[in-house]
Ligand binder design. Sequence first.
Ligand code: NAP
Length: 247
Amino acid sequence: MSLLNDKVAVVTGAGRGIGRAVAIAYAKMGANVVCVSRTEENASRVATEIEALGQKAWAFAVDVSDTSAVEASAKSILEATGKLDILVNNAGITRDNLLMRMSEEEWDTVLNTNLKGAFNFTKAFTRTFMKQRSGRIINIASVIGLVGNAGQSNYAASKAALLGFTKSVAKELAPRGITANAIAPGFIETDMTAVLDEKVRGSIIDRVPMARFGSPEDIANAAIFLAMESTNYMTGQILTVDGGMVM
Ligand code: NAP
């Protein structure tokens, strides 16, 4: 299948986990992919995997929360690719703590990465999308942004805000044929959830009707759907992919 033939996609946080799965799934659908990650090594490894699939790939080590670094890298990305069709704002972190103990640093780092990172990358490419009169913006939020979670007030706030951001961007850019949608994953098997102990995992699985964590590929499938040219009348929506946990 080549649903994304000759499309160019930028995926942030492509070095591991969900971002890596999205980048590889897009390449398998015929896209050329820019892999953005915090560390050069992770971005380059995934870019090499994509090249082995016969697609073009570029690796950029950028901290998504650094506005001037994002602006500079967006320029270099466009010089390298010549265009951009799909932007996936996936880079994200957790710094969990109870509110009473949460430090300003824990709050700021999470908000700056998960929310400001998406603002930085979306803004950096908006002019390109507007000129092209096309574009797909896909923000990776979380079910935690919908329902909250004790110990994750910073993370939940960042993801809930990302949903408000997605809807506002969708309204601003719809007249130019650009869509902006969000995916709200449930609990997915990645490094982010590998830190959970067996007791916590068990209590999460008890709340998931499908009785398992999802795979990064489950999220990548939703990201393919939202990136397809034929998905052009859907914008400002939240696609929840969580084994039925939140409904
Ligand atoms: P992960 O395995 O921890 O990978 C995170 C990726 O984001 C890594 O590639 C990392 O870069 C990159 N990253 C982190 N901070 C960055 C920054 N400041 N600048 C650039 N890149 C940065 O996480 P994941 O589980 O795949 O999560 C991906 C997204 O899905 C996140 O937004 C997360 O909130 C969301 N999500 C995850 C789950 C879940 O259960 N796993 C559930 C709901 C939503 P390096 O590899 O270079 O370190």
